[in-house]
Design a protein around this ligand. Structure first.
Ligand code: 8YV
Length: 323
């Protein structure tokens, strides 16, 4: 008899076929993804689950006595309660690597859109406000030859740095828990302590994973250090930034704009003040959202799951859960 698993999110049919060779699967039939409550009711007889972002906590694990592996279809795994998973001996995997370039592209789209007012100017054209091309309102900020500060020099941070250095002739400062000499050498980026990075960067990018340590690491104090014409970009997780402090910094013109893909609450509430700010570009957590990359992520997650259930060691067990 095949192992029973649950697929909590829509995945491509060829990935489903691959899983079907090894597992007996039940899948969420809705458009988006199964929520927490749905998962609670599905996992009592499952040994594996493939999901994305839904929290995996003690309560959920208690409703899943047979569960051996949780395969996240994402690189971030802040939805895992690592302590609870360790205690129950449940393996957790993620999908690093396959999304790096795609997320780096989106980051540059946000940098360029915010700097050159692309969204605002698009509506300018559509609303018939295009009278002159010399109105100061239309002037943006140069991206090329400016300074980009990257907080979190992981795989995605490095792909952003590559674009910045070799595509846009930017100076790149980075702040990371560990200094990375080989990356400095290869990409010509410079390490800076966080405060120096915040003071000197024209664009500040947060690309660190969300942990207890990085929760609200960018707060009022950090916004106060940034240049008044700095543009702030967040493509990590909403909660690495205190969103109230971000809103205040934008309202008080402590920074000049922002490009955001992630929020403390997703989807964002329509009464969130960010919605009405023309100097802020908002995307709905689409960093990895190209067809190819989402297919690749689903396939990698499926391979992680199958390997784990076949008794092999999958390549992408999250570091905190490695034996
Ligand atoms: C999302 C991401 O998980 O990989 C990550 O950490 O944030 C994204 O790729 C994606 O929305 C998956 O649904």
């Amino acid at each position: 008899m095949k192992t029973k698993i649950y697929i909590a999110k829509k995945i491509p049919s060829h990935v489903e076929e691959y899983i079907g060779k090894y597992c007996d699967y039940e899948k969420y039939e809705g458009e988006d993804a199964a929520g927490y409550e749905e998962l609670l009711s599905k996992l009592h007889d499952k040994e594996g689950v493939m999901l994305s972002g839904t929290k995996v906590d003690k309560n959920l694990l208690e409703c899943a006595p047979l569960l051996k592996v949780v395969s996240n279809i994402s690189v971030g795994y802040n939805n895992f309660d690592i302590g609870a998973m360790k205690e129950k001996g449940v393996m957790g995997t993620n999908t690093p690597g396959v999304l790096n370039d795609t997320v780096a592209d989106l980051i540059f789209a946000l940098i360029l859109s915010a700097a050159r007012k692309i969204v605002e100017m698009d509506s300018y054209v559509r609303e018939g406000k295009w009278i002159s091309t010399d109105a100061e309102k239309m002037f943006g900020k140069d991206v090329h030859h400016s300074t980009l500060g990257i907080i979190g020099m992981g795989r995605i941070g490095q792909d952003v740095a590559k674009r910045a250095r070799f595509g846009f002739d930017m100076d790149v400062l980075y702040y990371n828990r560990k200094r990375k000499a080989e990356v400095e050498e290869k990409l010509g980026v410079k390490y800076a302590d966080l405060n120096t990075l915040l003071r000197q960067s024209d664009f500040v990018l947060v690309m660190t994973s969300l942990t207890d340590e990085t929760y609200h690491m960018i707060d009022e104090e950090q916004f106060n250090l940034m240049k008044r014409d700095a543009i702030f970009i967040n493509v990590s997780r909403g909660a690495t930034v205190n969103e109230k402090a971000l809103i205040k910094a934008l309202e008080e013109k402590k920074i000049s704009g922002a490009g955001l893909d992630v929020y403390e609450k997703e989807p964002i509430d329509m009464d969130n003040p960010l919605i009405k700010m023309p100097n802020v570009v908002l995307t709905p957590h689409i960093g990895s959202a190209t067809k190819k990359t989402r297919n690749d992520m689903a396939m990698l997650a499926a391979q992680n799951l199958v390997k784990a259930l076949c008794g092999e060691i999958p390549p992408n067990i999250v570091p905190e859960l490695k034996a």
